[in-house]
Design a binder for this molecule. Structure first.
Ligand SMILES: N[C@@H](CCC(=O)N[C@@H](CS)C(=O)NCC(=O)O)C(=O)O
Length: 207
């Protein structure tokens, strides 16, 4: 059985949504990041990078990194149409997903959530958080400019939407105001039964 190493309300929520959308049976293994579970030897044996999400496949091998897991799910279960087979359109979806994970999450929200990773002096934390907010705002504005007026990022629901959703969810729960098209995308995502189920399972009230 597939096993997802995840933390409620984290970036693994995007992968959790994809698993739920695919209606896959999987085991959820909760990693308590605040308690430092990711640094314990048993977790490092699975992912020495000490990050979630991790998807362990039926054969026992693990995939790490959001984009790699999302890509594997889309290609392994192609009938769900989570990633087009057209190389030009697929590249665009991967481009958006990568921008979300690397820039909005990795450069922006990380500064807000873990400023200590970006400054050794705690007196600098507020400045780091301000930088993080500016990066998120600027990047979401760029994303919003490319989003269609209606619907998902590239027509039907796909892997880029799951990635965009988790940063929109974080923005919604912080002081960051979503640009109009991102808010519309976020609200559309919240109408999906799988998304609502995932939020409930992770301890949130959807919408
Ligand atoms: N590039 C990684 C980033 C994953 C990541 O940063 N995950 C966070 C949770 S949202 C994490 O595991 N943090 C561990 C820590 O802060 O020690 C990916 O795409 O999976």
């Amino acid at each position: 059985m597939l096993k997802l190493y995840m933390t409620p309300g984290s970036c693994s929520t995007g992968i959790h949504i994809l698993l739920e959308e695919l209606d896959l049976v999987f085991e959820a293994q909760i990693v308590n990041l605040l308690a430092g579970d990711q640094h314990k030897p048993e977790f490092l044996a699975i992912n020495p990078k000490a990050t979630i999400p991790v998807l362990v496949k039926d054969d026992g091998s693990a995939i790490t990194e959001f984009q790699a897991i999302a890509y594997w799910l889309a290609r392994t279960y192609p009938k769900a149409g989570l990633l087009t087979t057209d190389p030009d359109q697929a590249a665009q979806a991967i481009e958006l997903m990568d921008y979300v994970v690397v820039t909005i999450h990795g450069q922006g929200f990380q500064r807000l959530f873990v400023p200590e990773k970006f400054a050794t002096d705690s007196a600098q934390y507020d400045q780091v958080k301000r930088q993080g907010t500016a990066i998120v705002n600027q990047a979401l504005a760029l994303v919003a400019r490319a989003l269609p007026e209606q619907g998902y990022a590239f027509g039907g629901f796909g892997i880029a939407d799951a990635a965009l959703f988790y940063v929109e969810f974080w923005a919604d729960r912080s002081d960051i105001e979503l640009p109009v098209r991102c808010r519309q995308h976020y609200q559309l995502m919240l109408t999906r039964p799988a998304v609502r189920r995932v939020l409930m399972e992770e301890g949130y009230r959807p919408g």
